[in-house]
Design a protein around this ligand. Sequence first.
Ligand code: SF4
Length: 331
Amino acid sequence: MILETKKDILEVLGMPEEEFYKEVAPLAKMAREEQFGNALRVTSMMGYTNICKNMCLYCGMRAGNSCLERFRIEPDKVIEMGLDAAGHGFGRIFLIAGEDPKYSFSELVRIVRTLKERGMYVSLACGEFEKSQYEELASAGADEYVMKFEMSHADSFNRLNPSTNFEKRMKAIETIKGLGLRLASGNIVDWPGQTVDELADDIMLTKELGISWAPIIPYMPAIGTPLAAEKKRGNLFAIYKEIAILRLMIPGVNITAQQPGEDLRKGLSDPEANIASVNVGANTLFFDLLPDPLSQNFRVIDDRNISGTSHLYKIEKMGGFTLDTGKELVL
Ligand code: SF4
């Protein structure tokens, strides 16, 4: 099956479930196996501050939302937890944060440099910076930067992300790529009001950007946010379709397998839903370095529930996979 054009994408997005699982899902699963064999890529994740100055309409950590307790983790503690993960053979770390103006940028650079000195693969999602700051992060050894475009239609983006704008976001994406950092990017799938046409455009843009990782999940409501008032969660079938389409269009890309299932209380660590995602082409799992209740307060969405390493071993056993922990990086 060749998927190249928006028309091709719309065709898959419009397929009934039976046809999708007969015609598309097996090909996507095969494409994942051709790229990665039976291995699932594992990354440790740490949200080091949940304070954010921005007001994205869908995000639980938006400024002014009092439905969560705010925290900052001291840089030395971030380093300690990261190195501990490395010591246990986990060679990749994903540092994620709100846009917290009081978190020292030079300390963030020190964190990256220290973790790189230990050999770790460092991914970051800390928001929009100046070009010189991305340069500093790249010089410190950052490998990958997550800058999601969220919505490919400028009017949608500008409405849902009032603290920035689409032009600025795309410029940040170009800057990151221009510096030679790997770019991770993607969309929110099936947010309230998204049309199928817009979803297809999102997928086209994801392909055009030349990404290393698609950190995609369906829209999930967060308490205290304007969009949650619309009381709709993203459709699971839509995320499975996007995963499969991306696997077939960009075979070597990493795609998040930690997806929610029908029971939102299980969050992103619903074993059956994670395995269902792998079976349509996803390959990347996470575990949280944050202890409870900090983890629960890193609340971009409700019931995020990334879970600890026990979840990884459960998936490994249930699905008969192997775990690529990146241990060779930190031996
Ligand atoms: S999505 Fe990111 S930038 Fe927007 S409010 Fe949430 S943490 Fe802040």
